[in-house]
Design a protein around this ligand. Structure first.
Ligand code: UDP
Ligand code: MN
Length: 249
């Protein structure tokens, strides 16, 4: 039997949320032996996410935790100002620690709701021993960032932005074995991590660079893209609503 892939997705209410979650859920429907952990950045669970999960037919866990006010982005803030999805991912890690055992085989992947995932990526990560890594497309001001591999070992990183970070990688560029996470019960993402250091704050306590397992053809294939969805403009709809001509379905 296949080790289970635990996909952890933080998500929050905004106009494009349903579109993002429909796309991601319909990708995940093609992946066998998968458990989706969706964590809403909200004080209570929304019916939108509740219904979407129910109807998906996926195996899932639905959680929620609100980002503390001081760490929350405000309308109009550039989105790099604060880390996003941190408390949500940590809650999912806690859920795994509370509900899974060291003898359970699995792999944990952090999949933001707006990225684009090739199905092949899930095959690549399935048999992760400790931490596996691969390139991420459209990120860091480059067509892709990638771990550099020599003789089957990661020796460094092709990245231009803050290259001296301990693990200069995007959240979407690695997966962690469930056993490694359970064996390190305090490993978590640091809410106060400096910009760009969130991934490092978790990985530093779990692996060294030499231990990383390069996947996706020795990190020469891009199977995940850090796509971002444009915020839609509602100018016309607001004008109609002002005239009392708005519509709801
Ligand atoms: N997110 C969240 N709360 C927020 C902002 C973002 O839970 O206030 C989630 C979002 O849905 C996504 C992840 O955190 O799954 C990363 O956010 P985003 O895609 O905006 O970050 P970026 O890719 O631009 O770094
Ligand atoms: Mn994103």
């Amino acid at each position: 039997i296949l080790p289970i892939i635990y996909v952890i997705t933080p998500t929050f209410t905004r106009l494009v949320q349903k579109a993002e979650l429909v796309r991601l859920s319909q990708t995940l429907m093609h992946v066998p032996s998968l458990h989706w952990i969706v964590v809403e950045d909200a004080a209570t669970k929304t019916s939108l996410v509740t219904e979407l999960l129910k109807q998906s037919g996926l195996q899932y866990t639905h959680l929620n935790v609100e980002t503390p006010k001081d760490f929350k982005l405000k309308e109009g803030d550039p989105n790099w100002l604060k880390p996003r999805g941190v408390e949500q991912r940590n809650l999912a890690l806690q859920w795994l620690r509370d509900n899974r055992e060291l003898s359970d085989e699995g792999v944990v992947y952090f999949a933001d709701d707006d990225n684009t995932y090739s199905l092949q990526l899930f095959q690549e990560m399935r048999f992760t021993k400790r931490v596996s890594v691969w390139p991420v497309g459209l990120v860091g001001g480059m067509r892709f960032e990638r771990p550099l591999v020599e003789n089957g070992k990661v020796t460094g990183f092709y990245t231009a932005w803050k290259p001296n970070r301990p693990f200069p990688m995007d959240m979407a560029g690695f997966a962690i074995s469930l056993q490694l996470l359970l064996a390190n019960p305090t490993a978590h993402f640091h809410l106060e991590a400096e910009r760009g250091y969130l991934e490092s704050s978790l990985l530093e306590t779990l692996v060294s660079i030499e231990e990383l397992e390069p996947k996706a053809d020795q990190c020469r294939k891009v199977l995940i893209w850090h796509t971002r969805t444009e915020k839609p403009k509602m100018k016309q709809e607001e004008a109609l609503q002002k005239q009392g001509l708005g519509s709801d379905i």
